[in-house]
Design a protein around this ligand. Structure first.
Ligand SMILES: [Zn+2]
Length: 387
């Protein structure tokens, strides 16, 4: 903790990057805060500022690094209320600016709810600050306060190289008893500064139009680039799909060819393996001989020549198909007809084999009933009813 001593100078400096761009005594800074003197070169900006307590020997006692926002007309934020003097009094000591300095910054703020209003200076900014204080452009220790209220106003001191686009008429508002030539001189100065401001405004408008054009151009380029990318992707996918489609068609064609080849090979094999039978059958067919077989359940069956191979491969299946039953049912009926015995099983798992009445007609034969004795038919019925 440290009090602000009467012999200390209270300054406010503005930073532009790593450099100090403007410096003023705290009284003039208060005028800036009142909006009395707009700083148009800070229009619409958030400025990095510092409040300093400087000892008579130009060493820095305390520094508070705070933000200050300006509106578009260059007037500071009316709600700005960072207690810079209180923060300077309460600031902790840091080794910086060539000696022990009390610093209040974002990382070193004694009042937590003011932290967001502070910022953290870089070492380069601290060096620039030290250099600028040592230069003493404000004439600290030599300044005559009365003099400061007339012609040369430290509040509006701008470093060399900066465009002085600020109304510098503090004096005319403070001192009203100036003589006519002085007033005339100030009026001209006013006019000149208004003209400068208007020029600056026109320049900003031009810049604004340029930026709008650039933005439009960028938007167009962006849209075109999206359109190009999407078109390219669609084209690439289409090419891929077309290639896959061609491959699939080729594959189908190959498969069809293979099937055809296999079929003709099969025909050749059949002819090659049964040359005699084939020729004999052809001879028989040529002579008008009819092929006829006799099977139980269906009697005499005429076999067409083109079905001879199928019949010979599986006669039972062929006949069962003709009778409209499955090969299993036809086989069971044949067995039953040849030897009518019960096909049910006793408790020991042996076949019952009890003689039963034969069912002569295939159409009346029901497997599991017609080939069961009475006892096994009853057992089967009771099982069904339980199920
Ligand atoms: Zn039985």
């Amino acid at each position: 903790m440290g009090e602000i001593r009467a012999d200390q100078h209270q300054l406010v400096v503005f930073f532009e990057g790593a450099e100090v761009s403007r410096q003023m005594l705290v009284e003039e800074f208060e005028s800036v805060l009142d909006g009395f003197v707009p700083l148009v070169d800070y229009s619409g900006r958030r400025c990095q500022c510092a409040f300093l307590l400087v000892n008579p020997d130009l060493s820095t006692d305390a520094a508070v690094f705070f933000h200050l926002n300006f509106d578009v007309s260059g007037r500071p934020d009316l709600h700005w209320n960072t207690p810079i003097k209180q923060l300077a009094s309460q600031a902790n000591t840091e080794h910086s600016l060539g000696s022990s300095v009390r610093i209040a910054s974002y990382s070193n703020c004694s009042i937590a709810w003011h932290q967001q209003k502070l910022w953290e200076p870089f070492p380069e900014q601290l060096e620039a600050l030290e250099r600028r204080i040592k230069e003493n452009r404000l004439g600290l220790g030599q300044l005559n306060r009365q003099h400061s209220l007339t012609s040369e106003i430290p509040a509006l001191h701008i470093d060399e190289g900066e465009a002085p686009l600020v109304l510098t008429s503090l004096a005319s508002h403070v001192q009203s008893d100036l003589d006519e030539p002085v007033l005339e001189k100030q009026r001209k100065a006013f006019e000149q500064q208004i003209n400068l401001q208007q020029l600056e405004l026109a320049k900003l408008r031009d810049q604004n139009s340029d930026l709008k054009l650039q933005l439009k151009h960028l938007e167009n380029r962006f849209q075109k680039s999206i359109y190009d990318t999407v078109s390219q992707t669609i084209e690439q996918r289409e090419v891929k799909w077309q290639a896959k489609l061609r491959q699939a068609k080729l594959y189908i064609q190959q498969q069809a060819r293979q099937i055809k080849d296999l079929e003709s090979e099969l025909d050749q094999d059949l002819s090659a393996n049964h040359p005699d039978q084939t020729s004999q059958l052809k001879q028989l067919q040529a002579r008008g001989v009819k092929l006829q077989v006799d099977h139980p359940g269906i009697g005499a069956v005429h076999i067409p020549y083109d079905e001879v191979v199928e019949y010979l491969a599986a006669p039972l299946v062929y006949v069962a198909n003709l009778c409209g039953v499955s090969a299993e049912v036809y086989g069971a009926w044949l067995k039953h007809r040849h030897k009518p015995r019960c096909q049910g099983f006793d408790e020991a798992g042996s076949i019952c084999n009890m003689p039963i009445d034969a069912v002569r007609e295939l159409a009346e034969f029901v497997p599991g009933r017609s080939d069961f004795c009475i006892r096994h038919q009853c057992l089967d019925e009771s099982k069904e009813s339980l199920a």
